[in-house]
Design a protein around this ligand. Sequence first.
Ligand code: URA
Length: 193
Amino acid sequence: MSDEIANLRKTVVSCISCELSKSRTNAVPGSGSVKTGVVFIGEAPGRTEDIQGMPFVGTAGKILSEALLYAGFTREDVYITNIVKCRPPDNRRPNKQEMDSCNGYLQKEIEIIRPKIICVLGNTAFGSLLNGNEITKNRGKIIKRNNQLYFVTIHPAAIIYNQDLRQVLKDDLKTLFDILDKIKKGIPIDINE
Ligand code: URA
């Protein structure tokens, strides 16, 4: 782990900047490789993540790991984080104030890792990072903003409610890693916006 990420983790785990710090068990900083070309960004920790202090280790995390394996990677090969680092009570969506309050930590993670592409998982991350909505209509797109590439896909938790999406996520992650490979090799890619 880089010193910078280690320092950031220390700040995140002791953060009391917003109301979510009062109800959490543990703050959940990002985890994984800092040398990766891709950072995955979800919404917020759930119950299991809150208990373990690790992102995507509950049911949605198992689905994400399975899709990563399908694409030929493990969660240790990539960096995984969330828009907010503390669990909202009852798993409600984080509100704007909470997302704004946590944004500095996310920006710092991105600044340290400098990913070639960011994988946006689901509507909350899509809305917060790219002002987007309707993930199902936009999934599979590559978007460029402020010189940063983003790849948009569904949130792994969506599969808990609709099993048909399991293969969609797997295929999207395969596409994402093909795109990453092309970027690394300097092969042109189609950017949607
Ligand atoms: N859902 C998320 O968005 N993030 C997690 O860490 C777990 C579930």
